[in-house]
Design a protein around this ligand. Structure first.
Ligand code: NAD
Ligand code: GLY
Length: 357
């Protein structure tokens, strides 16, 4: 097992990464606020892992919510189900909400924890690659609105993250690849050596070679923990974690939640960001091709869906949390391993990138 820490003063917490962690009461129970626990999971994950998790909470007052599966259910209706369960079982302010699942469950359960009785404790048990390398760390929680991804949410840090790498064995290949998109992201935004490592070891990660996966998860979490520790509430550098996301969120919303996986949309979004960066004169055209080549080798889309016309795409991109004073800001690449948040791009170039697809 590897342990990293997100250093946030009194809100610091460990990220444990390794096999066989889900049943480890010794790792999770010390992070509970009291004797009440609400485990939030979904209909796919519950039959696989719920029993193991409940065993770790034996002797405590435990309730469970099993949500319908999928991005389309990351909404206020599912959130109400969680609040209903908390109230039905009379959970008090010292309850702990435990998220067991991928990023959808984690974001939603985290938002429930952030808002129930103005905030209760929260533990993340991520079971997808994407959640283990990204969404379970950093305290961004929330749900989607039909008009925009993640538009309703709060910052609320977990008290502990247990990334049990054994759970990845049941993940299907498409979901694994979606997680790889966020792994590639860290290399692109701030870790050239990691990008080079991925160019050499991508097939090992896709084959689920244990060492390759462990390195990919640990290195991703290390990058994320460092960024979050230096800018918890995204007043600056944390925005770089959104490389490809303004394009990606527009794709997810535009085609309908769940049609394109989040990681797939981010993958195409990163390629669009690389293209605009090259048109802007920052990224060398050969490096734009390197980005596309790695994304393609991961079996991820390098281009957005043709069905999304340019005007609709631009409209959707305008609903973004990085918009300031009506101006769109994007994360672009000055180089591989060096991202910047900027509004310094000619709108004509953005249109050209979208038109080129
Ligand atoms: P997901 O939660 O929908 O999980 C993907 C699929 O895998 C689902 O069908 C799920 O039921 C299934 N699943 C989960 N674990 C499994 C396992 N071990 N074996 C078999 N099947 C399993 O999607 P995701 O990719 O994990 O997360 C995407 C979400 O995360 C998006 O909503 C995105 O906005 C959010 N996100 C949040 C942050 C953040 O910082 N909070 C960062 C990145 C992404
Ligand atoms: N995934 C973006 C962030 O955590 O800030």
């Amino acid at each position: 097992m590897k342990t990293l820490r997100v250093e946030l003063g009194p809100r610091s917490y460990p990220i444990h990464i390794g096999p066989g962690l889900l049943g480890r009461a010794d790792l999770v129970v010390p992070h509970l606020a009291g004797r009440q626990v609400l485990v939030v999971t979904n209909e796919v994950v519950a039959p696989l892992y719920l029993e193991r998790v409940l065993a770790a909470f034996e002797g405590l007052e435990t309730a469970t919510v099993v949500l319908p599966d999928g991005e389309a259910h990351k909404n206020l209706e599912s959130l109400t189900q969680v609040f209903d369960a908390l109230l039905e079982h009379r959970h008090a302010r010292d309850t702990t909400v435990v998220a067991l699942g991928g990023g959808v469950v984690g974001d939603l359960a985290g938002f429930a924890a952030a808002t129930y009785q103005r905030g209760v404790a929260f533990v993340q048990l991520p079971t997808t690659l994407l959640a283990q390398v990204d969404s379970s760390v950093g305290g961004k929680t929330g749900v989607n609105h039909p008009r925009g991804k993640n538009m309703i949410g709060a910052f609320h840090q977990p008290s502990c993250v247990l990334a049990d790498t054994d759970t990845l064995a049941t993940l299907d290949d498409r979901q694994l690849r979606a997680g790889v998109a966020e792994v590639i992201k860290y290399g692109l935004i701030r870790d050239l050596d990691f990008f080079l490592w991925l160019e050499d070891h991508l097939e090992g990660v896709l084959r689920r070679d244990a060492d390759a996966l462990a390195t990919a998860i640990e290195r991703s979490c290390r990058n994320k923990a460092q960024v979050v520790a230096s800018d918890e509430r995204e007043t600056g550098v944390r925005a770089l974690l959104n490389l490809g996301h303004t394009f990606g969120h527009a794709i997810e919303t535009g085609v309908g939640y769940g049609e394109w996986l989040h990681g797939e949309a981010v993958a195409a979004g990163m390629c669009l960001a690389a293209d605009l960066s090259a048109r802007r004169g920052w990224l060398a055209p050969t490096d734009r091709e390197r980005v596309r080549a790695l994304v393609a080798r991961a079996g991820l889309p390098t281009h957005p869906p043709a069905s999304l016309g340019v005007d609709r795409f631009l409209d959707l991109m305008a609903v973004d949390k990085k918009v300031r004073g009506g101006r769109l800001r994007l994360v672009l690449l000055r180089d591989i391993g060096e991202a910047v948040l900027t509004d310094e791009f000619d709108p004509g170039l953005l249109r050209a990138t979208l038109e080129a697809g």
